[in-house]
Structures are given as C-alpha cells and as structure tokens.
Design a protein around this ligand. Structure first.
Ligand code: CTP
Length: 408
C-alpha cells in the first residue's frame, strides 16, 4: 500500500510539527518516497535539516521557491510528483489561504499546482480552532472532494488548554495516508452507514475472572478506519480493547456477548454494511458471582451455557439492501468451515482467516484471508496490513463485477 508511493508533506508553523517528523520517519521506514515543504513559520519549530535527515531528501523551503534557476518551477514539479499531499500541521493561516484559493508561498502554490488528494491535519489552540471564521473556512474547504481530513483530536494542548485542536496522532495520520493511496481519494461510501463489531467478548464468572480469547480488535478497527476514510458513517461496537478508538466514528464499548448482541441489534436496522469481526465467546459460565470468589471457593469444573449467535440472528433479520459480512477465524482448512458459516448464517460474504500462521490472526499487524461471497467468488489476499485487507474486503463487496487480482 505504501511501498514506493510518493507522499508530499507540507509543514505549517506550529509546535505539532515535531509530531509530523515522526510521520515522515515512519513513512521513510515503510519505503515511501517522501518530500517535504517547510513554510517560513514552520522553521521556527523544526529545521530543514531535521526534515532532510528524516526523509533522506533535501527539504523544500520558500528560499528554494524564489531562486532564479533555469529548471521547471519547483511547485509544478512537486505538484506533479505527488500521489498524496499531506498538510500537517495545518495552521489557521494556511487553512484560510487554501479556503480562498490564495497562494503566497511554496506550500500554497504547490497545492494549487497539483491535482492529487490533499490530506489536512489541523493543529491549533482550541479558541482559534473554534472561531467561526476558522470553522467556516474548514467546512468550505472540505466541501471540495479533493480535500480529506484527519483530526483534530481533543486533549491537552501546548498552550496548557484542554480542548479540541490537537493534531491527530501519527498512526492515525499514517492510516489516513494509506487509505488515500489505496482508494486514490475516492469516497465511495459517502452516505453509507457501516456497523462493525470487534474485539473479544468476555464472559465473567465473577468481577475478576472471565472466559475470553486473545482477540485485540485490530482487524475490526482497520475495517472501521477504511470505511470511515472512504466516507462512511461508522458505528464500532467493541469489546475491551487496549487502544483508543480514533475520532470520527461512533464507539460503543461492551464487555459480554449479550451486551454486544444488544448494541449490534440496536444499530443493525439503520446499517447498510454490517461486519462482524468480533471474536464472540461461544459459551459463558452458567452462574455469575457478584462478589469476587475466594480461591478456595472456585469450582473445579465450570458449568457452561451457550451464548446467542449474533451473526446468525442478523442473517435472519437481514433486509435485501443490507450487506452482511462475517469472519471465520480458522486453523487448518479455512475454506470448508467458512463456506459452511456463510451458508448457515445467511451471509453475503465471509472472510476466511487463518489464525495459525505467523503473519496473521490475533494481535498481528498483518493478516491474510480468502474472501468468499454467496455467489461463489473466492479471492485470496496474501499477507498485508490489516488496513489493506480491510480495503480489499470493501472493494470485494462494493465492486462484485471487478475481479480483485491486485493482491499484495
Ligand atoms: N459470531 C457471532 N456470535 C457468536 C459467535 C460467532 O456473531 N456467538 C460471529 C463472529 O463474529 C464471526 C462469525 O460469527 O463473524 C464466525 O465466528 P466463529 O467463532 O469463527 O464461528 P462459530 O460460528 O462460533 O463456529 P465455531 O466456533 O464452531 O467455528
């Protein structure tokens, strides 16, 4: 998804520029070609040398822009070169200029001289971010399909205020870049509502002990991110997970299968695409002790009850316009049991996912799968990032006429 692609980063003048250095470094390590433009103000926070060192390429500044040289103008060259243009941190000043089509430095001239998707990562003080004029500019700019956004987050700002305006975290910026590179800026899920479950449910025996599984929820999160980046309204029902749900999606935390069932059924009728990526516990202890059981009172064998199969219930309730997707985490032969689940649970598509290989399954950052739909199409996705697998899955259900051959 990233290897060999060309990402142009425009740094504005804000302290968040130091976080963008991490983005540049991560992109370089992922073998992305990175070029960076620094505005005059950004150089008060970081130097061209920092960015040159991290990107392994001389940084571009306004000084370079105004040099009388006999080659093609640098803003034209850079604009044509980039697959994606990321402006981070986006300041109120640069935002205002872009919203009004103004160009008075290398960064803004390059935006106007290019046609690739532009990802904006704003960062400023809450008071500044919430100004009507700034918000007007922001909404105006985003109404142009060329511009995409990541953040801003809320939290402790460099001005000691707690509020919105903090730059998105580097992994969220990287994920947004990956999605833009995959989809080429296409927002083919605008107006669609996508419901996703993820994480491993827990069935408690007492307040401390539970029956669970090693799912970390990364795969479902990747599907949620991919759908959000492609314009969907996303609801993520998640069992306990170790990370924060990114801004921009509705997050519903649950613990047990029964709670997940309740939340999923509530949001199901309004959803267009439903992805059950959660590892739902299949059984629960027959009895629950409200107080922690002392060790000596713990049973030596545990009577169990089965929990409802949420996906099978969704299959019964599914309307013709809804697309229902399940996961089959399997060992050994992955296709036969996945096909059985696809048919028995009345699904549109299932992700047959091997969990006994080193580069896929629980907790891994990568995954592989065979995508199978009810018409009998099967596509094998070789090991790739979970975000990339998520995009392949969305392509598979959105474009049934296209045979996906491009496999990582
Ligand atoms: N699932 C569910 N509710 C359950 C169990 C599973 O909604 N109680 C969903 C999972 O989210 C997944 C799919 O069903 O999308 C398949 O889950 P999996 O655990 O692989 O299969 P099971 O149907 O539980 O069958 P088995 O454990 O026998 O393989």
């Amino acid at each position: 998804m990233l290897h060999g692609r060309r990402v142009l980063i425009g740094l504005g003048g804000g302290i968040a520029a130091y976080k963008v250095c991490e983005v540049i470094s991560t992109l370089f390590k992922a073998e992305v070609q990175v070029r960076a433009i620094l505005t005059q103000a950004s150089q008060e926070f970081i130097t061209p040398l920092t960015v040159t060192t991290l990107s392994r390429h001389p940084a571009y500044t306004d000084e370079v822009f105004w040099q009388p040289i006999h080659t093609r103008p640098v803003h034209i060259e850079l604009g044509e070169w980039a697959d994606v243009f990321v402006i981070a941190p986006l300041t109120a000043n640069t935002l205002g200029k872009l919203a009004h089509g103004l160009a008075d430095n290398l960064l803004t001239n390059t935006v106007l001289a290019s046609s690739c998707p532009v990802l904006l990562a704003p960062a400023m003080n809450t008071q500044m971010w919430e100004q009507q004029s700034v918000q007007r500019n922001w909404q105006h700019l985003l109404s142009d399909r060329r511009y995409h956004s990541v953040g801003p987050d809320a939290g402790l700002l460099a001005c000691d205020r707690v509020g919105s305006g903090r730059i998105a975290e580097p992994p969220d910026i990287i994920a947004a870049i990956q999605s833009l590179l995959h989809a080429g800026g296409k927002r083919d899920l605008v107006g669609k509502r996508v419901l996703i479950s993820t994480g491993g449910t827990r069935e408690h025996l007492d307040p401390v002990r539970f029956i669970g599984n090693p799912s970390t929820g990364k795969m479902g999160l990747a599907v949620a991110q991919a759908a959000m980046h492609r314009g969907a309204t996303v609801t993520l029902v998640h069992a306990p997970i170790a990370w924060n749900v990114p801004l921009g999606m509705r997050a519903i935390p649950v613990v047990s299968a029964a709670q997940m069932q309740q939340a999923v059924l509530e949001w199901f009728p309004g959803a267009d695409i439903i992805v059950m990526a959660a590892a739902v516990a299949d059984v629960k202890p027959a009895e629950y002790a409200a107080e922690k059981l002392p060790k000596k009172l713990l049973p030596t064998s545990l009577p169990l009850e089965s929990v409802p199969d949420i996906l099978a219930e969704l299959g019964q309730r599914k309307q013709p316009h809804q697309c229902l997707i399940g996961f089959a985490a399997q060992t050994g032969d992955i296709v036969t049991p996945a096909l059985q689940k696809l048919n028995e649970k009345k699904l549109d598509c299932i992700v047959a996912n091997p969990i006994d290989r080193p580069d896929s399954g629980f907790g891994s950052d990568t995954n592989q799968a065979i995508l199978i739909d009810k018409q009998g199409r099967q596509v094998e996705i070789e090991p790739c990032s979970k975000l990339q697998l998520a995009h392949h899955l969305l392509d598979f259900v959105l474009y049934p006429e296209v045979r996906i051959q491009s496999i990582e």
